[in-house]
Design a binder for this molecule. Structure first.
Ligand code: UD1
Ligand code: UDP
Length: 386
């Protein structure tokens, strides 16, 4: 049978981490697939960190990142860059992941060329177009265009069914974020950034913090940073480790509030290996990140999510994740209750990951092989283990 050309489009830190297991699995079937790796480079340094970790080379790199660029400028550069590549390469399928502008515009460019689209991590919804912004709309647009929906969970599948998506186009595969963790987390891991070794050797409890969401820019993010500041002075024996996102708008809020405190470590974004390995050793997580919400439950680490709504309700239902919003008092009070009360803490610390079992990329590629008629294999849906 004729080989099929699969264009895999990615561009930011999270979509690339979650696409990496798909690329590595696809590349195993070089007799059936030619894999084109297309980096929009919506992120630059934070993308290159991920490509290095997974040893992925891009066939194309649009290199579009510019400081503080607007969503419209990002959109324009991605669509014209991909338009040229798709016209030249004529792929048989385009794969996109998640809900970034790269994802949404990648699917739109494929649609204009009438190329079938596979969406990895399909069906996440808050049904609130302002939260998360602009991701809720990005993924809805992607969903309208998609031919093969790879949903992480049954919850995501149900959201797609409610939108009258053809059931035969939806597959519950689990989230490749767990495949990526299994590739990277090691018991005897040696960190590349000295402060991480120092913290681990010191033996104090580590509280990991990340923030970057656009809807939280400005006052909401200030509220969260103030709460972290108060917690750091109330609990001098806890070490707050905060790898700060490279977005200058985030840095302008975080640094003035949190710099200069002895037990708050503001550091550059960690490469994925360092990040997940220090996460595995952490005591508590504060985050507004999508991916981190899916990774923490793997290690049974309680997560306080700095958002008012989440498109990932499964770990909230399992009890590992609590939505605390952006109100300073609420974040502070909830954290104090958890830190002071070991019973409360233990209730949250369940190591059940509702998002994946490490086999998501394998399921996805089997489904793509079936789609092109290379095989006719039954693919079991992902079901979380209790
Ligand atoms: C983007 C995604 C968001 C995702 C997040 C993950 C969109 C609209 N937003 O948000 O969905 O959750 O990535 O981190 O798709 N920058 C650098 N170096 C980097 C990366 C970013 O300097 O490696 C700076 C640049 O000034 C850039 C700015 O951060 O203009 C914002 O980057 P952008 O991709 O537009 O938005 P994020 O907030 O990173
Ligand atoms: N991450 C990383 N280094 C860091 C912080 C996060 O490698 O310093 C990883 C993390 O493990 C997760 C992903 O980046 O897989 C999440 O990315 P981000 O929070 O930027 O985006 P989101 O998931 O919110 O879209």
């Amino acid at each position: 049978m004729k080989k099929r050309k699969i264009a895999v489009v990615f561009g930011t830190r999270p979509d690339t981490i979650k696409m990496a297991p798909i690329i590595l699995e696809l590349q195993k079937f070089s007799d059936q697939f030619e894999v084109l790796t297309i980096a929009t480079a919506q992120h630059r340094q934070m993308l290159d960190q991920v490509l290095d970790v997974f040893k992925i080379k891009s066939s194309y790199d649009l290199d579009i990142m510019a400081p503080k660029q607007t969503l419209a400028s990002l959109t324009a550069k991605i669509i014209s860059g991909l338009d040229e590549i798709f016209a030249e390469e004529k792929p048989d399928m385009v794969l996109v992941q998640g809900d970034t502008t790269t994802t949404c515009i990648g699917s739109l460019a494929a649609f204009y060329h009438q190329i079938p689209v596979g969406h990895i991590e399909a069906g996440l919804r808050t049904n609130d177009k302002a939260n998360p912004f602009p991701e809720e709309i990005n993924r809805r647009i992607t969903g309208c265009i998609t031919d093969l929906h790879f949903a992480s969970t049954a919850t995501a599948k149900n959201s797609l069914l409610k939108e009258n998506t053809d059931p035969s186009s939806i597959f519950v595969t689990g989230n490749t974020v767990v495949d990526a963790l299994e590739y990277t987390v090691r018991e005897n891991y040696k960190f590349t950034v000295p402060v991480l070794d120092t913290l681990v050797e010191k033996g104090n409890k580590i509280v990991l913090v990340t923030m970057h969401r656009r809807e939280n820019w400005g006052l909401p993010m200030q509220g969260a940073a103030n709460a972290i500041r108060r917690l750091a002075s109330k609990y001098p024996e806890l070490e707050f480790l905060f790898p700060v996102h490279m977005n200058p708008i985030v840095r302008e809020v975080v640094y003035p509030i949190l710099r200069g405190l002895k037990n708050v470590h503001l550091i550059e974004p960690l490469d994925y290996l360092d990040f997940v390995n220090i996460m595995a050793k952490s005591y508590l997580i504060f985050t507004d990140s999508g991916g981190v919400q899916e990774e923490g439950p793997h290690f049974g680490i309680p997560i306080l999510v700095l958002r008012s709504v989440t498109e990932r309700p499964d770990a909230v239902d399992y009890g590992t994740v609590k939505l605390v919003g952006l109100d300073e008092e609420n974040i502070f009070d909830t954290a104090v209750q958890l830190i002071d009360n070991p019973l409360e803490y233990d209730k949250m610390a369940n190591a059940i990951n509702p998002y994946g079992d490490g086999l998501s990329a394998k399921r996805t590629i089997k489904i793509i092989k079936n789609y092109f008629g290379f095989s006719h294999e039954n693919v079991d849906e992902f079901v979380p283990h209790h």
